[in-house]
Design a protein around this ligand. Structure first.
Ligand SMILES: Cc1cc2nc3c(=O)[nH]c(=O)nc-3n(C[C@H](O)[C@H](O)[C@H](O)COP(=O)(O)OP(=O)(O)OC[C@H]3O[C@@H](n4cnc5c(N)ncnc54)[C@H](O)[C@@H]3O)c2cc1C
Length: 470
């Protein structure tokens, strides 16, 4: 009897059955498929460790196990370093091929390289594919053959690149005889870390959210995406863990058509852009992309940093956003820009501390995206613009993007009864007004911890001194 071919699909942040090119290629090529996830302590406990995000990931894995069982398979769980585990399993089951979705950080690429070499040494083919992105982000180059460092030309080039056809889940899967799938370790639920988790783990929840989004709200994306109280797609954590594929989201939006869908597709391209950037400039995870800003002077004021983390700065929009983050594991993009600008340019605290805090708290945090965006808002990264253009006034931002105060009142309940016209600068209320609003500044809600006008000028001085003409 002909020996059945066995494949391993090594999942990392592509925790889905639909439109997973690694999984569908393995299912097509081999009769038996081991869908493997390796719990790697280097990542779970490393520099970017996060309890809420780990809980989200384990929730996604639990959901995926059920999806795979419904197809006749199951999720194989192992703990250790993939360099040992993947190769050991490939040897034990005499697999022919190992598939995975390629990734961009230096850590991931070195690990994958070691796994590839180990597999080749035992005669097993390693087959990576670009399944985490809309297109193959390793390919785009400028006319002069360089990696892209500005978004718009990247986007124009990437739009023209070929796209793979979106595929469904495999019809059926079969496990190799004698495979012990192992058990997912007991893990805390997301609700133990977040009072109101922004989303539920797993592919089914992700697909339902994508359906809802494409079915209507996407049409208002252009008008509403900057409004703090209104909903953007909310898909980021699912995209981060690959519970839905970015490529499928892109295709579904294109099929829907219209200005909202086009704008949404463009946002997805930012995700590909930052992945391209980290792939091409791996040092960005440690240092500023723009060398002239590597000597920028930062302050190290723990009290100010703690106030920022806790949402106790006295600036209602900053505080609302930071509390939304710690209660839900998500923050609106406009708010991320405002708090990022505030940390780096009002408090003069190193952007890397903000990046780390976001890594700890965000369900969607992912090194290429988080780093790219932090470098962007600190004006030290790719896609450059004069630093004063990304120096936001938190008062004006609140007036513009939360004009009726819905967002701030939701996340800063102390300010619930403050009149809208005073909500962006509650410290200007008279004593009588404070009493009437039930919010005495300095008692119920902090006075501003810094003066924006003054700190803005200090930031400009520092950036100029570091060599930033604008
Ligand atoms: C300081 C800072 C840090 C950030 N860190 C992260 C992060 O770790 N992970 C992350 O996914 N996003 C990050 N973002 C980008 C952005 O804020 C989120 O992707 C977005 O708020 C997610 O909400 P949504 O899914 O409703 O977005 P939508 O507005 O519905 O956008 C759809 C999708 O497009 C992509 N996207 C949108 N904006 C951006 C952007 N600026 N950069 C890259 N991709 C984008 C995301 O995948 C998003 O889910 C950061 C932004 C800032 C300013």
């Amino acid at each position: 009897m002909k020996k059945e071919k066995i494949a391993i699909v090594w999942l990392r942040r592509d925790l889905r059955t639909h439109d997973n090119p690694a999984l569908s290629a393995a299912a097509e090529s081999c009769e038996r498929v081991v869908v493997l996830f390796v719990i790697d302590r280097r990542l779970l406990e490393g520099r970017f460790a996060s309890s809420p995000r780990a809980a989200f990931m384990f929730g996604c894995l639990r959901a995926l196990d059920l999806e795979l069982k419904a197809l006749g398979g199951g999720l194989c769980i192992r703990s250790g370093e993939p360099e040992d585990v993947v190769i050991g399993l490939a040897q034990e089951f005499e697999v022919a091929e190992v598939y995975w979705s390629s990734d961009v950080s230096r850590f991931a690429r070195r690990r994958d390289q070691r796994v590839t070499e180990g597999l080749e040494a035992i005669g097993v083919r390693a087959i990576p594919s670009p399944g985490n992105f809309c297109a193959d982000i390793s390919l785009p180059r400028t006319k002069s053959g360089k990696p892209f460092t500005v978004f718009t030309p990247f986007w124009k080039a990437e739009r023209e690149m070929p796209r793979r056809v979106v595929v469904g889940a495999p019809k059926a899967l079969r496990l190799p005889e004698g495979l012990d799938c192992g058990e997912l370790p007991a893990h805390s639920d997301l609700s133990e870390y977040l009072r109101e988790p922004s989303c539920e783990p797993g592919e089914a929840a992700a697909r339902a959210a994508l359906d809802r989004w494409i079915d209507g709200p996407i049409d208002s994306y252009v008008e509403l995406h900057d409004r703090l109280a209104s909903a953007t797609s909310g898909l980021s954590a699912w995209l981060r863990w690959g519970c839905i594929s970015a490529r499928e989201a892109e295709q579904r939006a294109q099929d829907r058509g219209g200005d909202g869908a086009q704008a949404f597709v463009r946002q997805l391209a930012w995700r590909d852009f930052y992945a391209h950037v980290l792939l091409m400039f791996p040092d960005n995870l440690r240092v500023e992309y723009q060398q002239r800003f590597r000597g920028l002077e930062w302050d190290d004021d723990e009290q100010l940093f703690s106030a920022w983390c806790a949402g106790q700065t006295g600036y209602p929009l900053v505080d609302g956003a930071m509390r939304q983050l710690s209660m839900t594991g998500w923050m609106h993009n406009r708010a991320r820009m405002v708090v990022g600008s505030f940390l780096t340019k009002d408090l003069h605290i190193d952007w890397r501390r903000g990046e780390l805090w976001f890594e700890r708290m965000l369900l969607d945090a992912e090194p290429s995206q988080n780093n790219g965006n932090w470098q962007w808002i600190a004006s030290v990264g790719v896609d450059p613009a004069p630093y004063f253009r990304r120096l936001f006034n938190p008062i004006l931002q609140q007036q513009k993007f939360d004009p009726d105060g819905e967002y701030v009142r939701r996340w800063v309940p102390e300010l619930a009864n403050v009149a809208t016209k005073q909500l962006s600068q509650p410290w200007l209320m008279s004593e009588q007004e404070q009493i009437e609003a039930g919010c005495v500044i300095g008692r119920d809600y902090p006075a501003p911890i810094v003066d924006h006008k003054r700190e803005r000028l200090r930031a400009i001085d520092r950036y100029r001194a570091a060599g930033g003409a604008g």
